[in-house]
Design a protein around this ligand. Structure first.
Ligand code: NAP
Length: 245
């Protein structure tokens, strides 16, 4: 019987794969035989540490700051074929920084504009491979997040972009889908997880009573990149332990 989760011979790129959810997704593809490249903001792989949720072993690393549209256009990958593109980059600004236009623009640039820029940059390679594109949005797309208007608007936009590129690129043989994580233990959520009171409050709202892990998110990514989801397009899977039920 065919093993649909065998990714040997596949080339994967995870933008935002240097840490957290993207890194967990990258390592899951690598564990199943894929060649995996990841991008992050820092100059060298050695600048990442396991304490920050980074394991770059076996992955090929390149710096790419997606808040710079020119850098995305100019980005030259180390591979000449691309089967699976995962866009896991994301930023948030706390302490009302997203109520300032500079902060709002920065977050929308990273969380939404760069999704379209990366998708179009790699469109022809994905078309050639009849590949899969996976966008990481957030359950924040489905409710208000009072202190973070840019995070919310950009993640809501990402769900719409997933739907629309899913329809538009189906004829190119590219399946576009998304993942909306709930609360996952990464460096982005330290503001909650490092604060015992906040963490307790957050866990009380999650029916599974635990934080999500990058590995939980990777399960959905493997499924969406595999033939097991061959008839699914434009959908964003909520992977949140029941948080928004
Ligand atoms: N953690 C959660 O609870 C949660 C919930 C819902 C959605 N998400 C989404 O999941 C995705 C991954 O987040 P995470 O929780 O895993 O946090 P993380 O560990 O901080 O990962 C964020 C990733 O995005 C990269 N990134 C940020 N700004 C960038 C830029 N300007 N250019 C290129 N890359 C950039 C980071 O690179 P560096 O490592 O170099 O900083 C890192 O690889 C994000 O889209 C986030 O919004 C997270």
């Amino acid at each position: 019987m065919a093993n649909e989760l065998d990714f040997r011979g596949k080339q994967v790129l995870v933008v935002g794969g240097s840490s957290g959810i993207g890194n967990g997704i990258a390592q899951a593809f690598r564990a199943r035989g894929a060649q995996v490249a990841v991008c992050g903001t820092r100059a060298h792989a050695a600048e990442y540490s396991p304490e920050e949720g980074s394991d770059l072993a076996g992955l090929s690393y390149a710096q790419l700051d997606v808040s710079n549209a020119g850098a995305i256009e100019a980005f030259t990958p180390s591979f000449d074929r691309l089967d699976i593109l995962v866009l896991a980059q994301g930023a948030v600004i706390y302490r009302r920084g997203e109520f300032e236009m500079a902060g709002f623009r920065k977050v929308v640039e990273v969380n939404l504009m760069s999704l379209m820029a990366c998708a179009t940059r790699f469109h022809s390679m994905l078309r050639d491979a009849r590949g899969a594109l996976i966008m990481v949005s957030s359950t924040a797309a489905y409710h208000s997040t009072m202190g973070n208007p840019a995070y919310n608007a950009s993640k809501t936009g990402a769900v719409g972009l997933t739907r629309t590129l899913g329809e538009a690129w189906a004829e190119d043989g590219i399946r576009v889908n998304g993942i909306a994580p709930g609360l996952v233990d990464t460096k982005m959520t330290k503001v909650t997880t490092d604060n015992p009171k906040r963490l307790e409050g957050a866990l009380a709202r999650i029916p599974l009573r635990r934080l999500g892990t990058p590995a939980d998110m990777a399960g959905a990514a493997l499924f969406l990149a595999s033939p097991l989801s061959s008839y699914i397009i434009g959908q964003t899977l909520v992977v949140d332990g029941g948080l928004i039920l």
